[in-house]
Design a protein around this ligand. Structure first.
Ligand code: NAP
Ligand code: MG
Length: 407
């Protein structure tokens, strides 16, 4: 078979530990044989990040801005133990946080559904995509412990020197306070990312806050979303026959549980943090979640939602067999290749991405899966395989489907 051609390179961000091992296997077994793979390679493995003073992470994000599509392997976010283990010059920041700050994007996470891995919620038939606002609120809050009775106020001083004061509370004794903020620009960008992604994937967008209680803070989120929708997206949504739906956060939670799925649930920062873990667990497994960072200019960075699977890597280093699930990393590649194909109008590349995903799903549905899935599947006659065999089994089905398409 002639290899599928690419015109623009993907930005490739390599990573750490077990996912770095899977990364190489995926390229060798599932990509190189079929695609004339063009990438601009950035090694975000911890050793090279340390060597470059983390410049490589910044460079990879700038390249993503330039080309528009990236695919990222899971990476270590160093803590004290990692600084010792890798003898690091510094406790480098999370690469994901660095990239997110440069691209100013929103992260969309969606489960990969397969027969035999059933959601705990019986009504869920289609994926629920969580879009989490990644700026501000409690994550950038300042806090103060009040030790004795006294008055606490909010004070805003404008650049012109005008002062506004709002009483918070008159304390009779000890207590606590917290100051949160967000910016209109960040909320507008968040809204645009969500509406763009809705149009891109042809799904309804849901958004919810507690605007009845928080009459200025949360209400501003509600108003900004409505304003951005009405002025920039309403017509396009009508054309695609999709809707924007706003409700209160508690009502949203109840509706989500009773729904079939198949929509984007835009969440404020804290709601997204909590609800994405709930949705991921209820759908079955973190190793079956896709994750894509989208910025308001339409730049995309695809990755897996899980980490570097350190425990499996140490087994691998000892020469022991591992059964690590590569599905989310494969879908990061297929997502990036499909987007590249769509932007460059390369239909064979788009079709290849579809077939790669299909072959992956078929492998699991035929009963061949890694240990994490074997332990929760409802299928019978399951064959639990190691990391490498799983990828080779996908390759068999992929070759089959590519040959059939040729005939
Ligand atoms: P993790 O790598 O997601 O793994 C936690 C556990 O979940 C694993 O030990 C494994 O359970 C299970 N698991 C996760 N992915 C799996 C897969 N693909 N196949 C099979 N099982 C899987 O999280 P972590 O151990 O907390 O973090 C390890 C490193 O990853 C850390 O250095 C952290 O900084 C980094 N991290 C990176 C990202 C990212 O780059 N996006 C995200 C999160 C964490 P069993 O051990 O029970 O088999
Ligand atoms: Mg969390």
């Amino acid at each position: 078979m002639e290899k599928i051609q690419m015109t623009t390179p993907l930005v490739e961000m390599d990573g750490d530990e077990m996912t770095r091992i899977l990364w190489k296997m995926i390229k060798e077994e599932l990509l190189y044989p079929f695609i004339d793979l063009k990438t601009e390679y950035y090694d975000l493995g911890l050793e090279y990040r340390d060597k470059t003073g983390d410049k490589v992470t910044v460079d990879s994000a700038l390249a993503t801005k330039k080309y528009g599509v990236a695919v990222k392997c899971a990476t270590i976010t160093p803590n004290k133990e990692r600084v010792k283990e890798y003898n690091l010059k510094e406790m480098w920041k999370s690469p994901n946080a660095t990239i997110r700050a440069i691209l100013d994007g929103t992260v969309f996470r969606a489960p990969i559904l397969v027969k035999g891995i059933e959601p705990y919620v019986r009504s869920w038939k289609k994926p629920i995509t969580i879009a989490r606002h990644a700026y501000g609120d409690v994550y950038k809050a300042v806090e103060l412990s009040i030790l004795e009775s006294g008055v606490c106020e909010l004070v805003y001083t404008s650049d012109l020197g005008e002062e506004t004061r709002v009483p918070i509370h008159t304390f009779d004794g000890a207590g606590i306070v917290q100051g949160q903020h967000n910016t209109i620009q960040s909320i507008e960008n968040f809204a645009r990312c969500c509406f763009n992604y809705g149009l891109d994937t042809k799904q309804d967008v849901w958004f919810a806050t507690k605007d009845t209680i928080s009459k200025q803070y949360d209400h501003t989120f509600k108003d900004v979303f409505q304003e951005v929708f009405d002025t920039e997206y309403k017509e396009a949504f009508e054309k695609e026959n999709i809707t924007y739906f706003y409700t209160l956060i508690d009502d949203a939670v109840a509706r989500v549980i009773k729904s079939e799925g198949g929509y984007i649930w835009a969440c404020k920062n804290y709601d997204g943090d909590v609800m994405s873990d709930m949705v991921a667990t209820a759908f079955g497994s973190l190793a079956m979640m896709t994750s894509v960072l989208v910025n308001p200019d339409g730049v995309y960075e695809y990755e897996a939602a899980h980490g570097t699977v350190q425990r499996h890597y140490y087994k691998h280093l000892k020469g022991e067999e591992t059964s690590t699930n590569s599905v989310a990393t494969i879908f990061a590649w297929s997502g990036a290749l499909r987007k590249r194909g769509q932007l460059d109008k390369l239909n064979p590349l788009v079709a290849f991405a579809d077939k790669l995903e299909q072959a992956t799903i078929e492998t699991i549905e035929s009963g061949i899966m890694t240990k994490d899935l074997a332990s929760i599947t409802t299928l019978e006659n399951v064959k639990e395989v190691n990391s490498e065999t799983f990828i080779k089994e996908i390759r068999k089905r992929l070759e089959h489907s590519l040959n059939i398409a040729k005939a």
